[in-house]
Design a protein. Sequence first.
Length: 459
Amino acid sequence: MTAEASQAGSQEDPAADGERPLNIALLTYKGNPFCGGQGVYVRHLSRELARLGHRVEVIGSQPYPVLDAGLEDRLSLTELPSLDLYRSPDPFRTPKRDEFRDWIDALEVGTMWTGGFPEPLTFSLRARRHLRARRGEFDVVHDNQTLGYGLLGDVGAPLVTTIHHPITVDRQLELDAAEGWKRRYSVRRWYAFTRMQKRVARRLPSVLTVSGTSRQEIVDHLGVRDDRIHVVHIGADTDLFKPDASVRRVPGRIVTTSSADVPLKGLIYLIEALAKVRVEHPEAHLVVVGKRAEDGPVAQAIERYGLEGAVDFVKGISDAELVDLVRSAEIACVPSLYEGFSLPAAEAMATGTPLLATTGGAIPEVAGPDGETCLAVPPGDAGALAAGLGRLLSDPALRARLGSAGRERVLAKFTWARAAEGTVARYRDAMARSATTLPGRSAASVTVAGISSESRATC
């Protein structure tokens, strides 16, 4: 059914909010939920939107989104392929001549050859072409993090855009950690797309963000006016991430989620803290959910502190395996220097696993008060992390109290059902704005979701 036909008066059942169901195009240029927060967002939000009675068509590029089964009548995937230049096992590959289809493909390769990251721009151009060809089929277009030039102007329906957090934060942290002018030049070239994202964000009139911290970062880094920004929290999948007494806690186990050498994630400080705490707690060991770097600061730190047998990396595990891993830990740790939201914190808390987290970015808004729902320490402080680990490892009663309180906090504040309800309200607001604009023009809205940062790592 087209959007026009739906607006003309459908006899179908109303959505959960009592109004007519919406036809939603949900765009994501990077959608695999096993290698980044963008894919997690798309997977869970699309499911909950469908459960509310709306029809959601996810339009994505490689790595393609993974959608939940059982909602096929209201949830579907349309593949909008790129050249997949960063795929394993041959990232930064040069495509064969017969792979080129048009000028957008040439732009994608040319940007990669000159050290830039082309996907936000090239996906936006392909998406605009696709959406204009399907004008009238959607009530709203929801863009997940692209912020590309192609999505400015008329895309056939009101536009809503999700920004996990300003990628300029990642850029600055990588520049701060870069050694030598060549490395700094490489970082600046890779993150050149953030100039485009700034320009696009400033032209979007309504912003939805998941935390007060992200709200301020949007103002400071992207120049969006404060009066355009509204807060709607995202959340954990509390049906999946929940306590299970049958899963045995492994003595000394600490779990974290991190790409090895992304400075933003602060893993190197947790490695140093582990070395310190093992002096008094030799059973302490770390399991990292993420890709291991064979060389770099983290690998060097593991070798320097003699932790080769005390740090394991796991990648590509199933949802069930991830949940059981978190349940098996005595401590879940988020050592990040900055997070726009921190899904790993919410998910760990939802399982009843006690949380040790920094106060970087919006983490305190998720984790709650120090000593009540978590232990909180300053970002970038290995000594404070070590003290927190030691305190939790030594006090089973404290672990039990924080784990229980953390679970209750997530249930009360951070669920995907609540996130979907808040997002639908912003969809309807964007549609109302569009109805008052001049013919041929559409109002746009931005959803800013604070999830883990855009990583240079491929997956």
